[in-house]
Design a protein around this ligand. Sequence first.
Ligand code: GAL
Length: 687
Amino acid sequence: MYFGADFYPEHWTYPYAGTPEEPEARWERDAQLMFAAGINVVRMGEFSWGICERQEGQYDFGWLRRAMDVMAKAGIKVILGTPTAAPPIWLARQHPEILPMDERGLVKHEGTRRAYCMNSDIYWDYCKRIVRAMATALGDHPQLIAWQIDNGIGGHDTESAFNEESRRDWIAWLQAKYETIDRLNDLLGLRFWSQVVSSWDEVPMPMSAPTVHNPALVTDWRRFSSDTCVAFIRMQADLLHELTPNVPVTGNLRAPARKFDHFDMAAVLDFIAVDSNPTVKTRSAENACDLDMLRSLKKTDFRTPDREEGFWVIEQKAAQVNWQDVNSLVRPGVVRLFTYQMISRGANGILYFFWHQPRIGSEKFYGGVLTHDGRNQGRVYREICQIGEEIKLLAPILKGTKVVAEACILYSHDNEWTIDQPMQPNSYFNPRQHLQLFYNALHDRNIPVDFARPTEDLSQYKLVIAPSLHLLAGGEADLLKLYVQNGGTLVGTFNTGLVDEYGIAPDTGYPHDLTDLFGMEVMEFDPLPPGEENHLNFKGAFPTSHLHPAKIWCDLIEPKDCQVLATYAKDFYAGQPAMTMNTFGLGTAIYIGTMSHQHFYYDLIVWLRQMCNLFPLLKVPDTVEVSMRQKDETKIYFVLNHQDINVRLQFYKPVHDSLTGATLQGNYDLAPHGVLVLDERYEKSQA
Ligand code: GAL
């Protein structure tokens, strides 16, 4: 396993460290302290363009090579970031046209990072030059194990720019998609508000306007911007593959919050690396959901430095952040706990952000493994040393293991970009909250989950949950039917199939293309304001005696071939179905026409678990998170206490904790933020 930190040697030369005679003297000390902490990899270089090329064409990568040499002496490998996230000031001065325009047509100026338009030919040219120069200068360094391309692509709302070059590429993108102006007008529905165009250059970019743009055009703009981000990364990936064919490439992604298609991005990277910023207050299931989403972006064609299948966390917060109103210290044991959460969900490389809290710049109050003073007495350093020791112990046990899930949740960026737009049936509907209700229920019952887009092969999953696929392409609907036809169990919900891939509402009933699958039709839907509720009466196969509310949205369902599982309790649609189940081919399609509270989803998962033969990994109290990595018969269970009080576990048979070597039996109090890593001996002793 790789265990490391993000290191900025450029912050640690004279006058911030070292001496006038030996300006880089501090680096040796850093490498010694890293080695002592068990660190075997650092990432560096991703913001170094202005230092590596102070003036156009005058390259100096010598200092980075020296820093890599220092790492070599301590046996530490290096991931180099291509420096294109922070173009140098001289470049923006020389070519102001690379600076991005916002939706009001105002220029975002130089003097920070990410100030560039990804449609700029000039910017592409300069990027190719610096990446080529860097790969030529450093690509043969024996410590180099991977490239990180750019940094935080799409961060700070930079997924789109509204420059003239963006307009040029936007038009070309539309031409490739629609071929003729007539098709464009028809499929985008530009007759509405008479926005029809007669030539390609009339098609607007969705810039600031008196009111909303055509939603289909906005969704296309998102798709175009996403393709632009992916093309920018692919351009660098292709170049690096050509220059250093043996070195894999990655990029630091965030949990799918940025507005590009993360699945498309994953396809151009050899392996996924992510930033993780859980704070002290993060609900563990939300962070687990982010990690499962990120892991699921790439399910095949891995090319990792250690040839393992899995993802890396290339920036894990080591201490307090600087972007909250109040940036409290991270409590002892919490960084260790989150580290194990990431490993338990498939991470094979963890790097802490950052090694040494900088004395300069805008992140000087962002905590590091070392504090400003750079000594090795700090609390965080000691905690990282402890984790480093443990990782050495666990690495051989975890080799070749990965997360295997039999349940899957679907999501698509196209859908999210459509639902996110204004003038929806209910602006209080939050798709992530909805998805999270299902996820929490699976997570809290310790059932592993993957995520997938609706176009993926779902046949390996016993249960597929598809929350609110508002935009559903015809092909996606067919694949869902195929999955159920072949024996799968699908759960669909309200706000599904309201528009097709062109944003056009169906004239064949909701949910578009799926009324046969669910054996019913949604005739109308009644969005509810916050605080207003209907209630559900259950009958038939779904055994719940609790009172569950219906909130946010109530579909008025006309059953055809389906069974009715629940009806509404009041209002003019009292007694009408709210939840149904239909047999389709060899499988089952369940439809939930409303949103409820968390307990409903717990009951639902208990029922579905039995129906689909899904087994919880371990029986532990709800507040304890469990996940598992496996390889053939080897199973490693991670048991995490996210609370700051002891939690009592009961082991009816002896279990073996790989971290301490202890055998545990009977009552065991897992300490606040405590972690157990139980290896396969647990399984065998259970047998
Ligand atoms: C990351 C970025 C880092 C740092 C960090 C702060 O997205 O890559 O450079 O700024 O955020 O949270």
